[in-house]
Ligand binder design. Structure first.
Ligand code: PSV
Ligand code: MN
Ligand code: MN
Length: 425
């Protein structure tokens, strides 16, 4: 679908309203000494990867309600991300999961991505499912397995994923392990961790010199008693054991209730060890809901620490941003548009925090003022800034409205049919 060419006429009707909203906000912020152009250009530069598995309906173990016109192959997934990027101008990367997305024609896939102005971000391995014809089962673990055959198969799979990523231009591998136990006593914690460390070191040894390894953690699910890489401390320990180019990856949904994620982010950036970040939102666990739909203030606080870290921690690398979502009842593309909007808004608000004043208030122990400074930024309606950043790059003034006005889903159903099934979680 050629979305981009149709946007300028669609945008037209809302432009004068946008201009006056933007000028009004810009006046207010400039009078505070803030460079509004800088904020807008930072927003325009901020790109988030879309994972291939978020483009179809995910469902739960109780069932799956198809969303018509879902992408059935890698090319269609790339096309969907292309549509998202054309509308939002903030989804300029795609994150693949192997073996679900193993390309057959690499040159064609690279060309297609280029056509949509997309790059391939971190590539994901999958040792949480047994693949058809696999010699060994992961039922009792993959990288942590005591069964040497299963463990070697999992290591080899990760090395193969790196080789696939190299052909696409990816520069990082994300490892998320389902390994763990469901019952006390099922396995020896120390042996599992030792095996995992050893496996990760072998994968790290196969990493090209310009690649990074991201180690994701998660406290539970699919195992419900213990997870081998249960928390950021374990991930950090493993990353340190692997080497300089191994990092912790924070997924917002992978924490026990009320964890202080902003503090985790801050600590990891101070140590130069935060590598990647998966956005989603949740009420209870790893719900993978639309970003910002449940706890927008928490997202803002996390972003404030990320912004602080990006400004003050040169020891930390540029982060790999990704949305890690699952869709049960919404059109996945509409949900992703909402997530991208929420990310940009939280980022914009974090960019407005007056760090100099905040630091002075902290030094003066003026607790009330500290809170006021944060909340002044949080309460600002930053949507005109986000819109301006998008317009400057040729995106839609209102991506969701444009998506609907252009009849994107109907067109996808017309092209792909109604009863489609996407591969994914
Ligand atoms: C499972 O929890 C998960 O959502 C992890 O967050 C991974 O990043 C993703 O699946 C893909 O493997
Ligand atoms: Mn994740
Ligand atoms: Mn998850």
């Amino acid at each position: 679908m050629q979305v981009r060419t149709q946007l300028s006429s669609l945008n037209q009707s809302g432009l004068s309203r946008h201009d006056s909203d933007y000028d009004h906000l810009s006046d207010r912020l400039s009078s505070r000494g803030l460079s509004v152009e800088d904020v807008v250009s930072q927003l325009a530069d901020f790109q988030v990867a879309i994972p291939s598995w978020a483009l179809g309906a995910g469902g739960t173990r109780f069932g799956r309600f198809s969303f018509y016109g879902e992408p059935g192959n890698l090319e269609q997934k790339i096309a969907d991300v292309g549509i998202l990027h054309a509308l939002t101008q903030t989804a300029g990367a795609v994150s693949l999961h192997i073996p679900w997305d193993t390309p057959t024609d690499y040159a064609a896939v690279r060309d297609l991505a280029r056509e949509y102005q997309l790059v391939f971000d971190a590539i994901n391995s999958n040792t949480f499912q047994d693949q058809p014809g696999a010699e060994h089962t992961y039922k009792h673990g993959s990288l942590s397995a005591t069964d040497e055959g299963a463990r070697q198969q999992a290591i080899d799979h990760n090395l193969e994923v790196i080789a696939i990523g190299e052909k696409l231009g990816s520069k990082s591998l994300t490892v998320w392990l389902a390994d763990g136990t469901t019952f006390p006593g099922q396995r020896n914690f120390q042996k599992s961790l030792t095996q995992t460390e050893d496996s990760l070191k072998q994968i790290y040894a196969g990493l090209p010199s310009d690649w990074k390894l991201y180690i994701e953690y998660k406290p539970y699910e699919p195992n419900f008693y213990s997870t081998v890489i249960q928390d950021w401390g374990t991930s950090l320990m493993l990353a340190n054991a692997c080497g300089d180019r191994a990092y912790t990856l924070v997924d917002l949904g992978h924490h026990l209730p009320n964890s202080n994620i902003e503090q985790i982010v801050s600590t990891l950036m101070l140590k130069g060890k935060l590598g990647g970040f998966h956005f989603n939102d949740s009420k209870y666990g790893d719900d993978d809901l639309t970003v910002g739909s449940i706890k927008p203030y928490a997202l803002f606080l996390i972003f404030s620490e990320l912004v602080y870290g990006m400004r003050n921690n040169p020891q930390n690398p540029d982060l790999a941003w990704m949305i890690d979502a699952s869709h049960n009842i919404k059109d996945p593309l509409e949900d992703l548009i909402q997530s991208l909007e929420a990310i940009q808004e939280a980022y914009a608000k974090a960019l407005l925090v007056d760090q100099t004043k905040l630091s002075a208030a902290q030094e003066a122990h003026d607790v009330v003022l500290c809170q006021e400074i944060l909340q002044d930024a949080y309460r600002t309606d930053v949507r005109p800034l986000v819109q301006r950043a998008r317009l400057n790059r040729g995106g839609a003034l209102h991506p969701l409205r444009a998506y609907r006005a252009l009849g994107v889903r109907d067109e996808l159903i017309r092209q792909r049919g109604k009863h489609t099934v996407a591969t994914g979680l």
